[in-house]
Design a protein around this ligand. Structure first.
Ligand SMILES: [Zn+2]
Length: 55
C-alpha cells in the first residue's frame, strides 16, 4: 500500500501550446471524462488558456 506522506506538493508541467512552465497543485487539477471509462487529468494554462493534460 502506497501512502501519501506529503500533500500539497507542487508539480510542474510544460504547456505544449505556449511553452510556459506551469506549477500546479492537486487542487488545481480537474478530472474530465473523455470516454466510457476514460478520464483525463487537466489543468488550464493561465498564459494561453489552453487545456494541458497531466498524468
Ligand atoms: Zn499555455
Amino acid at each position: 500500500m502506497v501512502k501519501v506522506i506529503r500533500y500539497g506538493q507542487k508539480r510542474r508541467i510544460l504547456c505544449e501550446t505556449c511553452g510556459a512552465l506551469l506549477e500546479f497543485e492537486k487542487d488545481n487539477v480537474k478530472t474530465v471524462q473523455t470516454g466510457m471509462n476514460e478520464y483525463e487529468q487537466q489543468i488550464e494554462c493561465p498564459a494561453c488558456h489552453e487545456i494541458v493534460e497531466v498524468d
